[in-house]
Design a protein around this ligand. Structure first.
Ligand code: PLP
Length: 483
């Protein structure tokens, strides 16, 4: 006899579930409201780690108990990028509005691969806003992706189609290729990874030296292209950076756009965090030339404060973008009516078929805060970076390691053994929970790197970073002298 079940995964008692839901929402609101009272980060005790080393549970567990496990063992040991004292790497802070939007999106459980549905229209609204922001034409295409790493890969693949034609999709690069690409020595590693994953190889990526402002040396770029052409190579993409990860430098985008135009080479901008500087009246002029890009990769989850993850790729030539990815399949047949209408679909513009509703949290963020307010947040992080620079310059015990172009300050504690002492200072700062910068190397020397991205950061957080750096530096030096 055929046996089926009436059971689902929905709660047996909705009233009980509702009460538990409200407790979970309240806990997260309490968390965000009281962030300042917590350490930015704290080391994970072994016992806490073990809570998540259990065998696969066969039997149902209690939701309230699972929530409690999260509150005790996960929430206090996150990396802390929501905290105003977080200045490590380039992480966005997120917002309570974004959090609520994520809940709505999860409840709807929309799959944005395509088809006839309003969630896809929300993503198209975002594309129209992004086109408007960057001054791109209506024929430009765009897509939410995980992050700029994926957006850089998609851009390299579209540029590869532009250079070799659509048949590269069928034939691959097996017959050998002579493609060469150009980026600065300060570019993010994901540009090289994109070359690798696109099958072109990292050896074909020319890393152009930078000037004193850590911008791509445009004369050296032109020489490299000329040398490659003379050697019979085919230069196909220049990947400029708007906001380098280590010091926040913006390449001379307008000059690079001229070179790309003259050489008929694809002009890509990795604007992972910097591109959204277009929202800020005082930063936008620094990005002049970005509006001439063939493609832009950027993240709403960094300066845009949208919760992770929300990367975006914008491509000027939408038809070329479509022709790089669209793949016919019987089960993805398009119609003019019914649920299979609405072509082209997002899945025609990238490698992902099933896709989450990243557009919703981004729409809520822009709709609720507005572009001006988000622009002011961006300006303020740069003002805080200038404040930090001034504080560093005024402290005889500290030295500035690189010019401050945007929101990133590289500095260090002066010492005969500066590399080791500063590495120890950064670990001490992180473990203290007071402030959380990271490190980078500037001209081979270790620097404390403070990237101010969070909308919650204030001058008091900068003062705390300076005070703790000086105190830990003195402590560590004193201890070193004992041995
Ligand atoms: C963060 C960053 C990336 C990588 O972006 P993800 O969103 O982490 O994939 C690439 N380039 C630059 C300049 C970045 O700052």
């Amino acid at each position: 006899m055929l046996k089926t079940s009436e059971e689902t995964l929905d709660p047996a008692d909705w009233q009980d579930f509702r009460l538990q839901s409200h407790r979970m929402l309240d806990d997260m609101l309490d968390y965000i409201e009281s962030l300042r009272e917590r350490p930015v980060w704290q080391p994970i005790p072994a016992a806490v780690r073990e809570v998540f080393q259990q065998p696969l549970p066969a039997q149902p567990g209690d939701l309230g108990a699972a929530h409690e496990m999260f509150m005790q063992n996960v929430l206090p040991y996150a990396i802390g990028n929501a905290h105003p004292g977080f200045m490590g790497w380039v992480h966005g802070g997120g917002t309570p509005v974004g959090m609520l939007a994520e809940m709505l999106a999860a409840g709807l459980n929309a799959n944005l691969g395509g088809r006839e549905q309003m969630p896809v229209e929300v993503e198209r609204q975002l594309l129209r806003w992004v086109r408007e922001l960057f001054g791109f034409p209506e024929t430009a295409s765009g897509l939410f992706v995980t992050g700029t790493s994926m957006a850089n890969l998609i851009s390299v693949l579209v540029a590869r189609t532009a250079a070799l034609g659509g048949e590269v999709r069928e034939k691959g690069l097996s017959a050998g290729h002579k493609l060469t690409a150009y980026t600065s020595s300060s570019a993010h590693v994901s540009v090289a990874q994109a070359m690798d994953m696109a099958g072109i190889g990292t050896a074909a990526l020319r890393r152009i030296p930078v000037n004193a402002h850590y911008q791509m040396d445009v004369a050296a770029l032109e020489q490299a292209i000329a040398a490659d052409k003379a050697a019979g190579m085919t230069p196909f993409i220049i990947a400029a950076t708007a906001g380098t990860v280590d010091v926040g430098a913006i390449d001379a985008l307008a000059e690079i756009a001229d070179v790309a135009q003259r050489e008929a080479v694809w002009f890509h901008v990795d604007g992972a965090y910097g591109a959204l500087g277009r929202l800020a009246a005082d930063i936008a002029p620094l990005l002049q030339g970005i509006e001439r890009a063939d493609s832009i990769a950027f993240d709403f989850h960094k300066w845009g404060q949208v919760p992770y993850d929300a990367g975006f790729v914008l491509v000027r030539d939408g038809a070329l973008h479509y022709n790089t990815f669209a793949s016919p399949a019987a089960y993805l047949q398009r119609e003019t009516r019914g649920m299979a209408a609405g072509s082209p679909w997002p899945c025609d513009f990238g490698p992902d078929l099933s896709r989450g509703f990243r557009a919703l949290k981004t729409w809520f963020t822009l709709q609720v805060y507005g572009s001006e307010k988000l622009g002011q947040v961006i300006s303020n992080t740069c003002a805080l970076a200038r404040y930090l620079r001034q504080r560093v310059e005024a402290e005889p015990g500290l030295e500035l390691m690189a010019p401050v172009a945007l929101n990133i300050v590289c500095f260090r504690y002066r010492s005969a053994e500066a590399d080791r002492i500063n590495a120890d200072i950064v670990v001490a700062l992180q473990e203290s929970g007071i402030a959380a910068p990271s490190t980078t190397r500037i001209n081979g020397q270790l620097a404390i790197r403070a990237a101010i991205v969070n909308h919650r950061t204030r001058t008091g957080d900068i003062d705390a970073l300076i005070a703790a750096t000086l105190a830990f530096g003195a402590d560590i030096e004193r201890q070193a002298e004992k041995f």
